[in-house]
Design a protein around this ligand. Structure first.
Ligand SMILES: Cc1ncc(COP(=O)(O)O)c(C=O)c1O
Length: 382
């Protein structure tokens, strides 16, 4: 058969308990519930950290944006796709994060590929990536022409040594996630920023899981230090779709002129850009959403059996490491029987023998949900 590997590779996934399947989410109004195959579950796998998806004011702004600018941008940004709604959103993001420039992308994955490809123009560029960086950062870095080095997770000492040895590169970029997607732990943002400055490197942070959740106004990593380049998806805490990247004027101009992912792609929906403006307005002023995540996360850690350890974090993400793929899947299935939706995360998303339950605690959960979750997990794991 042509492309024999297709069947072979999928079968291999099944034998390794790594097989993945699409499940159709039939939930009609989002919240802390998810409906799958007609059954309702308490959802602890959502990235809607602030509970803003389907927010009445954001939905209203989406309708207003649709009426004013249309759903579709109808072109790439450099042709005629760059609308007032995009410009207004970029300005709001620049003010929020105190940055000179912002550029919108269709997804966080595309933004990461774009950035690494643009800065990795030749082997004169050296990229230093935290080992737990997201797949899109790794793909972006390795598909560029730059030299790529990976440093052990959050290991500033090793990163310092790597940078000290790199006297031959004029272009150095340190890259990390602000909050690590599968672990929930936070990058040492302040130290990274200081080191970048000392070594004349730029610091790039993927704030997909920090934006909205970290910082007094949800500004993510920029709350701790002035980050040279920040990327954040709009599809998690912000509750819409797309991504943004903030940077200086020169890099902005360069990306507009040379980034293939930006130039040759339809601009994001102007209606969604308009709705995102509203979401960011709510994120800045509704502190209770972040406070709720902290309060419920603290309760969850207190209620778990002592042998279940969680990493201390201000994020919504709490990883319970199980190890074996099959065991993680069985636990996830057991929890489903108790009405809890908690997807098992397995390799290659995480390292072999580190399969886990990745719990996300969101602002639309309540004390009762958390008590029930902890009770079921304790029973299932004990
Ligand atoms: C850390 C990180 N970066 C980038 C992305 C990609 O963002 P998007 O979903 O907007 O493509 C994700 C999303 O899964 C992510 O977790």
């Amino acid at each position: 058969m042509n492309f024999d590997f297709i069947r072979h590779d999928v079968n291999e996934q099944k034998t390794k308990s790594r097989y993945r399947q699409l499940v159709c989410n039939n939930t009609t109004s989002q919240g802390n519930q998810i409906v799958i195959n007609g059954k309702s579950y308490l959802n602890f796998s959502s990235n809607d950290y602030l509970g803003l998806n389907n927010h009445v004011e954001i939905n209203k702004a989406l309708q207003e944006g649709t009426d004013k600018y249309g759903i579709c941008s109808s072109s790439s940004s450099l042709v005629t796709g760059y609308h007032y709604a995009h410009q207004a959103l970029e300005n709001d993001i620049c003010q929020w994060l105190n940055k000179p420039k912002c550029l919108l992308f269709s997804s966080g994955f595309a933004a990461n590929l774009a950035l690494f490809q643009a800065l990795g123009k030749s082997s004169e560029s050296h990229f230093y990536l935290d080992k737990l960086s997201h797949a899109s950062m790794i793909d972006g870095a390795y598909h560029s022409k730059a030299k790529v080095k990976r440093f052990n997770h959050n290991n500033i000492e090793q990163l310092t040594t790597l940078l000290s040895n790199a006297t031959d590169s004029p272009n150095k970029l340190i890259a990390s996630e602000g909050v690590f997607s599968m672990d929930g732990c936070q990058a040492k943002v302040f130290e990274l920023a200081q080191l970048a400055k000392a070594k004349q490197a730029w610091l790039y942070l993927d704030d997909a899981h920090s934006i909205g959740v970290i910082g007094n106004e949800g500004q993510g990593s920029n709350y701790f230090a002035d980050i040279d380049i920040t990327m954040a998806t709009l599809g998690k805490a912000i509750g819409t779709s797309g991504a943004f990247l903030t940077c200086n004027e020169d890099l902005h101009e360069y990306l507009v002129n040379f980034s293939r992912h930006y130039i040759y792609s339809t601009a994001i929906s102007p209606a969604i850009a308009w709705a995102t403006k509203k979401s960011i307005e709510l994120i800045q002023k509704e502190h209770w959403r972040r406070e709720k995540i902290t309060e419920l996360s603290t309760l969850f850690a207190q209620l778990l059996a002592p042998e279940i350890e969680l990493v201390s974090t201000k994020s919504s993400i709490h990883a319970i490491i199980i190890g074996d793929e099959k065991k993680a899947l069985t636990l996830s299935d057991n929890l489903k029987k108790q009405g809890i939706w908690l997807t098992a995360i397995r390799p290659p998303t995480v390292a072999i023998n580190s399969s886990r339950l990745r719990v996300t605690i969101c602002a639309n959960h309540n004390t009762k949900d958390i008590k029930y979750l902890a009770e079921c997990i304790n029973k299932a794991i004990a």
